[in-house]
Write a protein that binds this ligand. Structure first.
Ligand code: DAH
Length: 344
């Protein structure tokens, strides 16, 4: 038995196969049901008990070697033959990589930026985790003033004079710009904002705003109106008209809310504009002198205007999307509708 084991080991050592078929034949010859190695295991039953230990070990080694050799030859045969041997058609074109497209909120934000860039505005950014001073105090929201309740705030830290919070509006970037830039200032500030609000078709706890600020000598309300009108026409089409309604914001005086003529019914009244012919797009006003002074700007010499708009809102109106949640669910069927959108 010992000689036969050695003979098979030697044969295995010298074994060479040209194809997968030959490897299979070799496997059957050694390890198949009637194979040489299998036969030795049969014979092992008749080996004298005192020899069983020695032969048992030898046989196990042999079986392992045989299996390893067959595996090795098999993979060599497969590599040599290439993928075609497995029935693959190597001439078939590959699967195309699907390209993503820009998110509608990014498209709208970039479009707003591009329009104001054309008017000569720079882009400024600020932190999303802000302090109470830049979000409220410097914008003329005194402590405990009820106007703070207009925006439900997520606090990061409480209990001290100037707590950290997630900014509720990008107006905080106005303050940082006034603190650091020299006059005149003409900036827009795009960014994410956060409010502790229940998610619905019209509200979300995270959304995007673009803030605008223009400060120079002799800036008037007429300048503000003209800037907003030009913006609205670039964004919603040259026929668009605007109207301003008196409003209140702590950081502007006077303040206004701006509506654009409904781009669907052109003023006749439809269910998007709720029969009014107008759609609200932003808040604005003349920067309150208190706000200028808080950032060290002489309010006797300088004046300015500011405005703020929600990017999702602009995008909803532009593309007639009736539920804000579509922008956050990332349903590919929705996102693909914007794959051909090109910014102005
Ligand atoms: N910060 C306001 C908000 O989030 C929007 C706003 C209104 C910004 C009037 C302004 C402004 O700069 O003048 O609701």
């Amino acid at each position: 038995m010992k000689e036969r084991i050695e003979k098979i080991l030697k044969e295995l050592d010298e074994l060479k196969c040209q194809s997968a078929k030959e490897v299979e034949e070799a496997r059957v010859r050694f390890l198949g049901k009637k194979g040489e190695v299998t036969a030795l295991f049969e014979e092992f039953r008749t080996v004298a008990p005192e020899m069983k230990r020695e032969f048992g070990q030898k046989l196990n080694v042999l079986k392992k070697e045989a299996q390893a050799k067959i595996d090795e030859l098999k993979s060599m045969a497969e590599t040599a033959a290439g993928p075609a041997s497995k029935g693959d058609d190597v001439t078939m074109p590959g699967d195309p990589h699907e390209l993503g497209s820009r998110h509608p909120v990014s498209i709208a934000r970039q479009e707003i930026i591009n329009i104001f860039r054309k008017f000569g505005y720079d882009v400024a950014e600020g932190p999303e985790i802000e302090d109470d001073y830049h979000v409220f105090e410097a914008l003329n929201f005194p402590a405990n003033h009820p106007a703070r309740d207009m925006q439900d705030t997520f606090f990061v830290s409480t209990g001290h004079v100037n707590p950290l919070l997630l900014r509720t509006h990008t107006s905080s970037v106005q303050v940082r710009t006034m603190e650091t830039q020299s006059l005149p200032i003409r900036v827009i500030c795009p960014g994410r904002v956060f409010r502790n609000e229940a998610i619905s078709a019209r509200a979300h706890c995270i959304f995007h705003q673009v803030e605008g600020l223009y400060i120079d000598e002799n800036v008037s309300f007429a300048d503000l109106k003209q800037a907003i009108l030009l913006f609205a026409r670039e964004m919603f089409g040259p026929e668009t008209s605007i109207r301003m309604r008196p409003s209140y914001f702590p950081f502007t005086e006077p303040s206004a809310e701006v509506d654009v003529s409904c781009n669907i019914c052109h003023g006749k009244g439809c269910n998007i504009c709720k029969g009014t012919g107008w759609l609200e797009i932003l808040g604005c006003g003349m920067v309150d002198p208190n706000v200028l002074e808080a950032s060290g700007i002489d309010s006797k010499k300088y004046s300015g205007f500011a405005f703020g708009m929600g990017v999702e809102r602009i995008a909803m109106l532009k593309w007639q999307v009736n539920d804000l949640r579509h922008y956050f669910e990332n349903d590919l069927r929705f996102l693909r509708e914007f794959s051909n959108c090109v910014e102005v």
